[in-house]
Design a protein around this ligand. Structure first.
Ligand code: FE
Length: 209
C-alpha cells in the first residue's frame, strides 16, 4: 500500500480537551469532522490519556487551530502526556461549560458524548454539538500545511504517523518523542539545542544505525 496517497486526504489540526475530575486534559487530534447537522466525531488513540477521560466525563471540546497559532501549542498538546504534565500551565484558555478551550484558536465546539466505537488503535467519539464560537480571524490549519510549511510531524499515536528513514550513508539521530530526524552528528550541537518540532533536548535523540 502506498501510504503517501493518504497525505491527500484533508485533515485539520485540532486540540481536543476534556477533564480528569476537575483537572483539564487534552491532546492534538487531526481526525475531527462534522457528520450531521448537530453532531461531530473525533478519533483519539487508546494510548492518549484524553481518551479514557472522555469516556468518564462524557464531554469534550474541539479547538480548531489556525495557521498562525502560537508555536508552543502543538509541541505541548501533541507530544507530551497529560498524565505527566499540566499542559495548560502556560497556555491561555477560556473555560466554557467546564471545559478549557484554546484561546489562540480559530474557534471551538463543545460536545456531549452520545456514541463511541472502538477500532484496533483508536476510539471514535461522536458528540452532539451544544455550543460553538469563532475566536480569531485565521485560516484553519490543514494537516498538509502543518506537514509541508511548518515541517510538522505526527506523534506515534496519530492516525497520520509515518516512520521516516534517513539516507543510508548518513549519520542521523531520531527524536524519540516526535520522530524528527536530525541528519549529522547531534553531539556537536550545544547543550541548549532542542528538537525543532517537540522542543525536547538532545538527550531525547537516539542514533539511527
Ligand atoms: Fe521531537
Amino acid at each position: 500500500m502506498d501510504n503517501k496517497v493518504l497525505n491527500n486526504l484533508s485533515y485539520g489540526v485540532y486540540v481536543v480537551t476534556t477533564v480528569d475530575g476537575q483537572r483539564p486534559v487534552g491532546c492534538v487530534a487531526n481526525c475531527a469532522m462534522q457528520i450531521t447537522y448537530d453532531t461531530m466525531c473525533v478519533s483519539i488513540n487508546h494510548d492518549n490519556y484524553t481518551n479514557s477521560c472522555i469516556k468518564k466525563s462524557k464531554k469534550f471540546a474541539v479547538s480548531i487551530l489556525g495557521e498562525h497559532v502560537n508555536d508552543n501549542i502543538i509541541p505541548v498538546f501533541g507530544f507530551q502526556s497529560s498524565k505527566d504534565i499540566d499542559k495548560f500551565e502556560n497556555i491561555k484558555t477560556i473555560n466554557v461549560d467546564g471545559l478549557e478551550v484554546i484561546e489562540d484558536s480559530v474557534g471551538y465546539i463543545i460536545c456531549e458524548l452520545v456514541n463511541q466505537f472502538e477500532t484496533e488503535t483508536h476510539t471514535v467519539f461522536e458528540g452532539k454539538m451544544t455550543e460553538a464560537k469563532l475566536l480569531k480571524d485565521d485560516v484553519p490549519m490543514t494537516y498538509s500545511y502543518y506537514h509541508q510549511v511548518k515541517k510538522g510531524k505526527s506523534p506515534k499515536a496519530a492516525p497520520t504517523y509515518q516512520e521516516e528513514t534517513p539516507a543510508a550513508d548518513k549519520v542521523a539521530y531520531r527524536c524519540k518523542i516526535c520522530g524528527y530526524i536530525y541528519e549529522g552528528d547531534i553531539t556537536k550541537e550545544p547543550d541548549t539545542y532542542v528538537c525543532p518540532i517537540c522542543k525536547k533536548d538532545k538527550s531525547f535523540f537516539e542514533k539511527i544505525v
